[in-house]
Design a protein around this ligand. Structure first.
Ligand SMILES: Nc1ncnc2c1ncn2[C@@H]1O[C@H](COP(=O)(O)OP(=O)(O)OP(=O)(O)O)[C@@H](O)[C@H]1O
Length: 381
């Protein structure tokens, strides 16, 4: 369904002009064809503002928002905070927002209810290191050059106008490294990960894995090369099958990529859950019965079930409280160390990129503006 219908569907006034006004009120660019796009063709920040427009379309007296700024860069977060205050005043609206971001609370809220004790993160597995930076290393003797890309270009055409989401991007993630990708909302981070994962065909450019040219699309890569590169997507609820238990979700890649025998599946699933700090009985749960952090862990476990050499993580901590976000990043670092994986992390949380990656690529409007050691390019705070 396209954006204009998504908003009209819930609107008290579904006329085209009212829908445009609502999108503009949520600071979405209505003149570049955005109302005619589908949600998959929007950046994460744009998707959140469309969700806000949908809620406002009902002309509510009370607006309940669950993590309205998760996955947004700080500039957009501040913009949304200002927008929420503006809406509260101009529409005489009571806003209740649940979030992990103390800065957003400071900027928006008149009153705060702290549910801290009810929101303890899941226990970390015993194998996690106390200081993740101690475990960062580049395993010697690994074959090849890891994952590289040259001249990646992706354009999207809307109303006859071509827009480049990626514009000649060169990228490299050395074997066993932890590589960060940072950039403002809409700069092309998700598009880059989707191209690396083989889910989006680039208009130009080449990919190699350990010096072998990779076909653009995952389905042309063959089973083994598909296994080697796995993506943990930005929104796990959207990609975990709601009708499938966690156990069934994890069993699938185990059978497909690792030829796990039926008799061994339950044990392997339990092992994967333990790897991501979840108890064995979670195998019986459905995605809707999990918290955001638990879904994220299941999503990571599903990617690990394939046995990847390169794990691409898109905003995996964006809806998590600071403790859980740190636990997830520590977990990924420990898993990288244990399995000798390469980790590629997209995040707006610069302190996590600074702490948990060794190399970083800065992306802006589809171009790499700088690449190099994280310590010299990204501040810890
Ligand atoms: N399928 C598509 N069709 C048209 N435009 C698209 C499509 N996919 C992405 N875009 C546009 O390409 C640009 C880059 O999007 P992308 O999702 O890669 O950004 P991002 O850096 O990951 O953003 P965020 O941090 O908000 O998630 C955005 O302007 C987005 O609207």
């Amino acid at each position: 369904m396209r954006v204009r219908r998504l908003v009209a569907e819930t609107a008290v006034d579904p006329s085209p002009q009212a829908v445009r006004d609502l999108l503009a009120e949520c600071r979405l660019p209505v003149d570049d064809g955005l109302p005619d796009r589908r949600p998959g063709a929007l950046s994460g920040g744009q998707q959140r503002r469309v969700a806000l427009a949908r809620a406002l379309a009902r002309r509510p007296g009370i607006l309940l928002l669950d993590e309205p700024t998760a996955g947004l860069d700080t500039a957009l977060r501040d913009e949304i905070a200002g927008l929420l205050r503006h809406l509260a005043t101009t529409r005489d609206l009571a806003i209740v927002l649940a979030c992990h971001d103390p800065e957003l609370v400071d900027r928006c809220a008149d009153d705060v209810v702290d549910l801290a004790t009810a929101c303890r993160p899941a226990p970390r597995p015993a194998t996690l290191p106390a200081r993740p930076e101690d475990t960062v290393s580049h395993p010697d003797g690994m074959a090849g050059n890891g994952l590289t890309a040259h001249g990646l270009t992706v354009g999207f055409t809307r109303h006859g106008r071509a827009r480049l989401a990626l514009d000649g991007v060169d990228f490299a993630a050395a074997p066993g490294s932890a590589t960060g990708i940072v950039g403002p909302s809409g700069s092309g981070k998700t598009t880059l990960l989707r191209v690396l994962a083989g889910l989006q065909r680039p208009d130009a450019g080449t990919l190699t894995l350990d010096d072998q040219v990779l076909p653009a699309l995952a389905r042309k890569r063959g089973r083994d090369r598909q296994r080697r590169i796995q993506l943990v997507p930005q929104n796990p609820l959207g990609t975990l099958n709601p009708a499938r238990t966690v156990g069934a979700t994890l069993a699938r890649p185990l059978r497909l990529h690792q030829a796990t025998a039926k008799a061994d599946l339950a044990d392997r699933v339990t092992g994967l859950l333990a790897d991501v700090g979840l108890p064995a009985d979670f195998a019986r749960r459905y995605p809707a019965e999990l918290s955001g952090g638990q879904r994220q862990r299941v999503s990571i476990a599903r990617a690990l079930a394939a046995g990847p050499d390169v794990l691409l993580c898109d905003e995996v901590t964006s809806a998590l409280d600071p403790d859980t976000a740190t636990a997830i990043m520590s977990l990924l670092t420990a898993l990288r160390e244990r399995h000798g994986m390469t980790l590629v992390v997209v995040s707006h949380e610069h302190h996590l990129i600074a702490r948990y990656t060794d190399t970083v690529h800065l992306l802006d409007t589809g171009r790499i503006t700088d690449s190099g050691p994280t310590a010299s390019l990204v501040a810890m705070t």
